[in-house]
Design a protein around this ligand. Structure first.
Ligand code: HEC
Length: 126
């Protein structure tokens, strides 16, 4: 009887610990993944804008937001720790690929350059 109770207790403690660890891991990833998904959304808006040749305020806002978010990639992924130098370089290249202002004629190639900058980091780090 005592053994059965100890066994059940062990199972319960194990289950609680697993749930805690899983939730901690999910929370740790929530920030970088959220940042990445919003950047993805903004890049999608810019691609659609380029296709439709409609450089309106919404497109401008997406560009601004993308620029802002790209500035926080290292912090989102590494927190307080210094990022891997190649990682920081990929982040820097993405920032360099983001135009400082929206220009309809140049938006499609700019979106391609930004997308390529995302992909080159993902090939190594994702
Ligand atoms: C300097 C490196 C780097 C750059 C640049 C970068 N990413 Fe990421 N990306 C990552 C890493 C690392 C992950 C994995 C994050 C995780 O799962 O915790 C990731 C994951 C993602 C994901 C999946 C998120 C999820 O829900 O699992 C998407 C979408 C994404 N990135 C979009 C983008 C877009 C769009 C850009 C360019 C505008 C971009 N990324 C630029 C490093 C980068």
């Amino acid at each position: 009887m005592r053994q059965a109770i100890l066994f059940a207790l062990g199972l319960a403690i194990g289950a609680i610990a697993t749930a805690n660890i899983t939730s901690a891991l999910r929370q740790r990833d929530a920030y970088p993944r959220g940042l990445m998904n919003v950047m993805q959304h903004d890049l999608g808006t810019l691609r659609a804008t380029a296709r439709a040749q409609r450089c309106d305020a919404q497109a401008e806002a997406s560009l601004d937001q993308l620029r802002g978010l790209a500035g926080g990639i290292e912090t989102a992924v590494y927190g307080e720790d210094p990022p891997d130098p190649p990682f920081a370089e990929y982040a820097r290249r993405l920032r360099a690929a983001i135009p400082s202002a929206i220009e309809c004629v140049n938006l499609a190639p700019a979106a391609d350059r930004m997308g390529a900058a995302c992909d080159s980091c993902h090939r190594e780090y994702r």
